[in-house]
Ligand binder design. Structure first.
Ligand SMILES: Cc1cc2nc3c(=O)[nH]c(=O)nc-3n(C[C@H](O)[C@H](O)[C@H](O)COP(=O)(O)O)c2cc1C
Length: 173
């Protein structure tokens, strides 16, 4: 686990190979096992492996173009009627997908959807909702792109970490 955490980076370039069914199932099982407040599991996941739909989703905003080259886009949804802390729960599941990808030798990246604009009059959430036919009661939090990595990045080094952000006992002492 520490190895994964210490070397993890966001990967945005992917080989063209698709993932086999077993790998996709292992990824999704890890996400479904995520902790959630009161064990309510307010999430839903749309697994997109269709190239045409991936291309449509890649247009959702500037920082999503690489989704076009991904093997998968996993769209993270949550139902606020199930849990008041749906953002935390869905974000933990998304993070677990990102880390599990790393552990399976895959590259992945978080694409922010919630609170982002597609155009002046349409949010990224609305765009994803109409592209995938997602019901109105579900919020769209993010998309995790996944694929076999076609770039390698050095792990972050200690001097980048901001150790001054850690406080012992009292703030700023
Ligand atoms: C909440 C959140 C939103 C992010 N949104 C995007 C995004 O929309 N597009 C993107 O390319 N990367 C996105 N990222 C990835 C960050 O850019 C990345 O984690 C950061 O630059 C640090 O790089 P690293 O993950 O390689 O350490 C997001 C990450 C988080 C945690």
């Amino acid at each position: 686990m520490l190895d994964i955490l210490y070397r993890r980076r966001s990967i945005r370039k992917y080989k063209s190979a698709k993932l086999d069914v077993d790998t996709v199932q292992r990824l999704l099982k890890a996400a479904l096992l995520s902790p959630s407040s009161r064990g309510l599991r307010p999430w839903q996941f749309v697994v997109v492996d269709d190239n045409e739909i991936l291309t449509q989703l890649a247009s959702v905003k500037k920082g999503a173009g690489f989704l076009k080259g991904a093997a998968l886009g996993i769209v993270i949804l949550a139902d606020p009627a199930i849990s008041d802390v749906w953002i935390e729960d869905a974000s933990i599941a998304a993070t677990i997908l990102h880390l599990t990808s790393e552990s399976l030798g895959l590259g992945s990246c978080w694409i922010q959807i919630r609170e982002r604009q597609f155009t002046e009059t349409e949010t990224c959430e609305q765009y994803v909702r109409r592209t995938l036919g997602i019901p109105e009661n579900l919020k769209v939090v993010s998309i995790i792109s996944v694929g076999y990595p076609d770039e390698s990045k050095s792990p972050h080094i200690d001097s980048e970490l901001g150790l001054d952000k850690v406080h012992l006992n009292m703030f700023n002492q």
